[in-house]
Design a protein around this ligand. Structure first.
Ligand SMILES: Nc1ncnc2c1ncn2[C@@H]1O[C@H](COP(=O)(O)OP(=O)(O)OP(=O)(O)O)[C@@H](O)[C@H]1O
Ligand SMILES: [Mg+2]
Length: 364
């Protein structure tokens, strides 16, 4: 028989997709009415126009139908300002407690107070346009495919590109001052691109840039993460330095093309990691390594050997070589993105392999 209690019990299993918490514990379920096999209820969202409303509705309806209900009518409402403030305060308190807790558990060496306790991996390069963002996005998606909890900070504050590359059109939900990252392909993403209108140029200067990055670390509700990847701007500039200072425990992957000059310039980024910031370099990714022509022959359009040479000079492993080629995704696909290689694509498989190596390198 349908009762308010059985419905509440069933809804305990239904989570708010952004907060990853039960709708019941978030006090979002109100006013359950039962008439025979028909159920109606109110779902109180954190904000009006919550982007994940449809998902929540489906999950609630399914959970109640499984109890035998025939018709389920969901009416959406929004929290009052006071309720939202209370929620945001409790999220902050929880975030604070988990980060404090992490730093008092004897893991000081690998953690920095106040920022998420996770494995940080910065993706760096010497030159621009070698594929840092592409590698960041695809490594993140591959780690998520392997069951890891992954986030990306698009730390290229001026030249943000991660949202577009992943085909993200949604904007983050902000509850009071707590920012919820946008999730795509199982990866939580935050980017300056979410906070500028119509692709307007970002003209902020140093201190604000640093503050933005700090906010991305401190004010974003990341929840539990195994990996947080940072897509750095090219070169050895201010932001790269900021990242290194804010997250001294971060590890790095250096991306280069096979071209000798690119590898030479990339070595500088590597040298900075080694000397200035003492970041451990996990390895080198060589991107745009070759192009396979119609006959199946490899053409080395950008030369050969840059990745290997760089890895050698930094005394690290050449983790993988990624050939030239588009993911071949089609616009009609609801999961479309211009830059994510699916797992059945040969390059997608290379990224799965890279994810495996990275996991191994980080956990050993
Ligand atoms: N293996 C590849 N095959 C084909 N195109 C690629 C490949 N890797 C990257 N690209 C394309 O090359 C361009 C530059 O890549 P990306 O933006 O990832 O580089 P970046 O190093 O992040 O650049 P920036 O320094 O501007 O941040 C993009 O248009 C991307 O789609
Ligand atoms: Mg980039």
């Amino acid at each position: 028989m349908l009762t308010t209690e059985s419905i509440m019990e069933a809804l305990r299993e239904v989570k708010d997709p952004e907060l990853n918490k039960s709708l019941v514990s978030l006090n979002m379920i109100r006013n359950i009415q039962i008439q025979g096999n028909d159920v109606s209820l109110d779902v109180i969202l954190t904000i009006r126009g919550c982007p994940l409303k449809i998902k929540i509705q489906e999950d609630v309806e399914n959970a109640i139908r499984q109890l035998g209900a025939e018709r389920v009518t969901v009416t959406f409402g929004a929290m009052t300002d006071e309720e939202r403030a209370a929620l945001s305060a409790s999220l902050r308190a929880e975030q604070h407690a988990s980060r404090e807790n992490a730093t008092t558990q004897g893991r000081e060496a690998s953690s920095t107070p106040g920022i998420p306790q996770t494995n940080y991996i910065a993706i760096a390069s010497g030159k621009g346009g070698v594929g840092k963002s592409t590698v960041t996005v695809n490594l993140a998606v591959a780690l998520a495919r392997a069951g890891k909890k992954v986030g990306i900070i698009d730390a290229d504050i001026y030249g943000f590109s991660v949202p577009d590359m992943m085909g993200i059109e949604q904007r983050p939900t902000v509850i009071d001052e707590v920012i919820l990252p946008v999730e795509r392909y199982g990866v939580k993403v935050i980017s300056m691109g979410f906070f500028v209108e119509d692709n307007a140029p970002v003209v902020w200067r140093g201190p604000i840039l640093g503050k933005m990055l700090r906010n991305f670390l401190h004010e974003v509700h990341w929840g539990e993460l195994d990996y947080l990847l940072l897509d750095l701007p090219p070169g050895t500039g201010d932001i790269a330095l900021d990242v290194h200072q804010m997250i001294p425990q971060s590890k790095e992957i250096i991306v280069t093309t096979p071209h000798a000059t690119a590898a030479f310039v990339a070595a500088r980024a590597g040298a900075m990691a080694l000397s200035t910031t003492k970041h451990e370099i996990l390895g080198v990714v060589e991107n745009m390594s070759w192009y396979t022509d119609r006959n199946g022959d490899k053409e080395y359009v950008f030369g050969r050997g840059g990745g290997e040479k760089l890895a050698e000079s930094l005394n690290v492993e050449l983790l993988c070589q990624i050939p030239l080629g588009a993911p071949g995704n089609v616009l009609e696909d609801p999961e479309y993105s211009p830059s994510v290689y699916p797992t059945h694509h040969p390059t997608g498989k290379l990224y799965d392999e890279l994810a495996r190596k990275v996991t191994q390198a980080v956990t050993t």
